[in-house]
Design a protein around this ligand. Structure first.
Ligand SMILES: Nc1ncnc2c1ncn2[C@@H]1O[C@H](COP(=O)(O)OP(=O)(O)OP(=O)(O)O)[C@@H](O)[C@H]1O
Ligand SMILES: [Mg+2]
Length: 211
């Protein structure tokens, strides 16, 4: 099963979500790999500082569309779940990432700027859909605060679009920033609320996959 995490905008939480889902799934007993497609290689660096006594997550860097296509079949055989940590660009690589995903997650931060970026993303998504009809894509609200009215308006605006939004949302929490620099996910960290929301997200995705 392949979970693609992608967006056309940088810094929206692709790597954070990829790593935290991977950690959560690994604790649930799944054999997990992350494919880091970003030239910044943040997931590769993250795995480099991960303690060996934590559940193992394979992370490999693959930065071209051709290499991704070439390697993905074997990865799918070797792992229960392969998470593709995407790169923010309009490149062919993004189309490949969308097409390869059994589930495609598009993190959005609830700001006007992120919403505008979704228009371009939807164009890309429509092109991908022309090649593969049943793309299961979902927005995931990251750094979402239901008490801020702008955040709520953005959630409502997303609901008008052709891509569904996941029920689970992630708040802005220091735990995400602290866990990542220790090679961990919040599932392994001291913030119980962060652990709970990431677990809910992982379970929502598993439910979608099982359908
Ligand atoms: N829910 C959150 N709470 C707090 N900090 C967050 C959260 N999500 C992401 N961040 C922080 O925001 C920054 C950008 O996140 P991240 O690196 O995951 O984005 P990205 O989409 O992978 O970026 P890029 O496009 O550069 O690859 C990081 O410093 C990360 O720790
Ligand atoms: Mg990243």
């Amino acid at each position: 099963m392949i979970i693609s995490v992608t967006s056309l905008k940088g810094g929206v939480g692709k790597s954070t979500i990829s790593q935290n889902l991977a950690v959560c799934f690994a604790h649930m007993g799944y054999k997990v790999a992350i494919v880091d497609t970003d030239t910044n290689a943040s997931s590769v660096h993250w795995s480099g500082i991960r303690e060996e006594d934590l559940p193992h997550i394979t992370v490999m860097g693959i930065a071209t569309s051709d290499a991704l296509r070439k390697n993905i079949k074997q990865l799918e055989k070797d792992y229960d779940l392969v998470i593709i940590d995407g790169t923010p660009s309009l490149s062919k690589l993004v189309s490949t990432i969308i097409i390869l995903g059994d589930v495609v997650l598009i993190p959005i931060r609830p700001s006007g700027l992120d919403i505008w970026a979704t228009e371009k993303f939807i164009e890309k998504y429509d092109q991908a859909k022309a090649l593969k009809e049943d793309v299961k894509a979902f927005f995931i609200l990251n750094e979402y605060n239901p008490r801020v009215s702008l955040n709520q308006s953005i959630k409502e605006a997303l609901a008008e679009l052709e891509i569904d939004t996941l029920k689970s949302t992630l708040r802005h929490r220091i735990a995400y920033e602290e866990a990542v620099v220790m090679g961990m996910g919040v599932y392994e960290y001291k913030d119980a609320k962060a652990k709970k929301e990431v677990t809910a997200l992982a379970n929502e995705i598993l439910k979608i996959i099982s359908k």
